[in-house]
Design a protein around this ligand. Sequence first.
Ligand SMILES: [Ca+2]
Ligand SMILES: [Ca+2]
Ligand SMILES: [Ca+2]
Ligand SMILES: [Ca+2]
Length: 415
Amino acid sequence: MSVQVRDTGNPFKSSVTTLIIAVTDEDDSDPVFQHDIYEITVMENATGSLNTSPAAILAYDQDFGINQTLAYSLQEASAIPTDLSDLLDYFSIDGQTGELSLVRGLDREVVHDVTLIIKAEQANNNVRSAEARVYIVVQDANDNRPEMSASQYQATVVENAPSGSPVLTVTASDKDEGGNAMFMYVLEPSAAFTIDGTTGQVTVSNSSILDRETNNEFTLQVYVVETNTTEKYRSPTSTVLITLLDENDNNPTFTAEIYHANVAQDAANGAVLTQVVATDPDSGSNGEIRYSIIFASDNGKDKFTISADGNITVSGRLDANTVDSYVLVIMAADRGTASRETTAVVIINVINVNSTNEGGTDTNAIIIAVVVCVVVVLAIITTAVVLLKRRRAANENPEENHSSNMELENVVSSS
Ligand SMILES: [Ca+2]
Ligand SMILES: [Ca+2]
Ligand SMILES: [Ca+2]
Ligand SMILES: [Ca+2]
């Protein structure tokens, strides 16, 4: 600045000179960061130097001269969604340059947004300091395989269910994010069932294979595979066990179309004539069989009864002289809600035991008696003829009389 000096005379005399004042700085200001907030985007699992935005971390001292040296340090770290207790240890900052680094890789599935508070303080006076924030966004890497929600699934579906019928829905997940977490469902084998690759819903794809009587259980494999990644990671395979529920789709079947039986007319009530058997491959009540006599010839319905196990028994008086055979129509019906049935014929011959057998005995006796009589008569006639012939011969030749008489005696005694 200019300094003038003058005397008090009139007019005065003066002189001007330049005065230079040197101002010595006093440490009266804190340091300051160039930016209050720095931002960083870093890949999951990456380590090394971090590039901050909008510029490299830098603080400066607002004083000049002796107070310029600053030291950088990390103060605090917090994260979303998980606040790791050792989060600060993942980072380091160069005390002199302020360069920020990751010394351990971050797991995005654990922390994906980190906030750091950094500090710059004067090397000679740590009371003089400044703070700034660093926001770090962790970007996803495809470091997780998708996983099924269970290792085994079970479901039931009624046999013959039409194609498209829903059976069950399986689920899976991938801890990664975005395209790294996209996958599709795969079901193997896919002959009878199919899976919606997007929703995991399993439906019937071929109803004709769903015959419980042929195969009542299907064991399938299900897994998911990534669709948007280069790795195409696959989940472990889970099992899908599908059990078919029965539908009443089979008629009972008799072991024969026609059964034959004989019964003595004097058979007691309850006597078993024969057993008819029908089978039904359905399960439960759909395969339980009831037998009934739905028709009997000659009003014979009351004369016979069929039991729960198919035994046909006598339940009325039989008389072969009146009716010597009956035709029964037997029905086997299952107990399904929509009952199915089938029929068979039983032909029953009634045998007249008493009269037939006793009559036979009488006839035989008569026949034997007649035969004996005929034989005796024939023997007498033959003997007589022989005697007559020999007597005539003796009259013609008397020497042979003695022997002839002897023979005659023998013949008579033998007869
Ligand atoms: Ca993944
Ligand atoms: Ca990941
Ligand atoms: Ca049935
Ligand atoms: Ca069935």
